[in-house]
Write a protein that binds this ligand. Structure first.
Ligand SMILES: Cc1cc2nc3c(=O)[nH]c(=O)nc-3n(C[C@H](O)[C@H](O)[C@H](O)COP(=O)(O)O)c2cc1C
Length: 331
């Protein structure tokens, strides 16, 4: 374990050098991005939402061929259960490979927890709410990814922002917490840790990285987005999606257009670069992303910024030493 984070449970669970996880994202979180994140000391996460054993095998093996560093796999429950035979094949194959760290999302973690725990896998579950966190804790997960409403991608219709959600979960849950939603640098990481997190996950930041496989236009649109540069659009039947504000997403939000299947965003935006005609997922943190840069620089800059913030906060103490009891507060 890294000397810099004594007792950090996320590092103990993941084996990564830094408590920085790359969030799973359909099509994007495959070998090129995940391997780069792991090689740079974070934890790369491979997505499996295509529910395809061939893709899973190919991408997993490509990560292993690129780096010896640990990486994890995301199991999106709702997607996988649509094809139970393939779900079983994927799970069997991953366990045969000795997968060590899994996140589950979009569904009830009970579906896989027993099997994964019996195989010695560390399981974190992604939750957008306090209720979800308590349920996941009851299900026996090892940790939580707590996703605030700033996050890009599919969201619950009723959400709470990271600032309050993290504290609310920390008050009630003793599991390690990885904070997600609006974190793009060391300042956000330090804030998340102050609110009770043990590590952070970043999605949008890694979409706008050199190794991200999406079209340059999409990366540039994230860099160009301002503080009001995202919008919530309906994601039938019940969810919503935080997307870049574009003519297409504004029309979707206004109910003037219907959302298409996920595959059309992959073809039109991720591959084709049509920003205006699509609603590409992006978090509010887009406003804080000012350049596309290599994954290694993102992780290094995040750590440099993190320690700078920790030093800045420590310096607030000045020469005061006794500030943790009431007498010293009152002088
Ligand atoms: C482009 C994009 C695609 C995403 N796709 C998925 C997905 O397929 N499955 C999933 O569970 N979360 C997905 N997410 C959400 C991320 O896993 C993560 O929760 C989120 O990006 C964290 O917030 P941030 O974008 O502010 O860092 C996606 C996010 C983005 C930005």
């Amino acid at each position: 374990m890294s000397e810099a984070f004594p007792g950090n449970r996320v590092l103990a669970h993941t084996g990564a050098r830094y408590p920085i996880i790359q969030a799973p994202m359909t099509w994007i979180a495959r070998s090129r991005l995940a391997a780069a994140v792991s090689a740079a000391g974070g934890l790369g996460m491979m997505e499996t939402s295509s529910v395809d054993i061939e893709v899973t095998r190919r991408e997993y093996q490509a990560i292993e061929a690129t780096t010896d560093a640990p990486f994890g796999v995301n199991l999106p429950i709702m997607f996988l259960r649509q094809n139970e035979a393939m779900e079983a094949q994927i799970l069997d194959w991953l366990l045969e490979q000795g997968v060590h760290f899994v996140t589950t999302s979009a569904g009830n973690p009970r579906r896989h927890i027993e099997r994964l725990k019996a195989a010695g896998v560390i399981v974190y579950h992604s939750v957008p709410s306090l209720e979800g966190a308590l349920k996941a804790q009851d299900a026996g997960v090892d940790g939580l990814i707590v996703e605030g409403a700033e996050s890009g991608g599919i969201r619950n219709a009723e959400e709470v922002n990271t600032f309050v959600l993290l504290q609310a979960v920390r008050e009630r849950v003793d599991l390690p917490i990885v904070a997600a939603g609006g974190i793009v640098d060391g300042r956000g990481m330090a804030a998340a840790m102050a609110l009770g997190a043990d590590g952070v996950a970043m999605g949008t930041r890694f979409v706008a990285s050199t190794e991200s496989p999406v079209h340059q236009n999409y990366k540039d649109a994230i860099v160009a987005a301002g503080v009001d540069g995202t919008i919530m659009v309906p994601r039938p039947p019940r969810a919503k999606l935080r997307a870049l504000k574009t003519p297409a997403s504004v029309a979707l939000a206004a109910g003037e257009a219907a959302s298409g299947p996920m595959g059309s965003v992959i073809d039109a935006l991720y591959v084709g670069g049509d920003v205006d005609g699509t609603a590409g997922s992006a978090g509010q943190g887009s406003a804080l992303i000012h350049e596309v840069k290599p994954v290694a620089n993102i992780i290094e800059d995040t750590m440099i910024g993190f320690w700078r913030e920790i030093d800045r906060l420590s310096a607030l103490r000045g020469s005061e030493t006794m500030t943790t009891n009431r007498e010293s507060i009152h002088g």
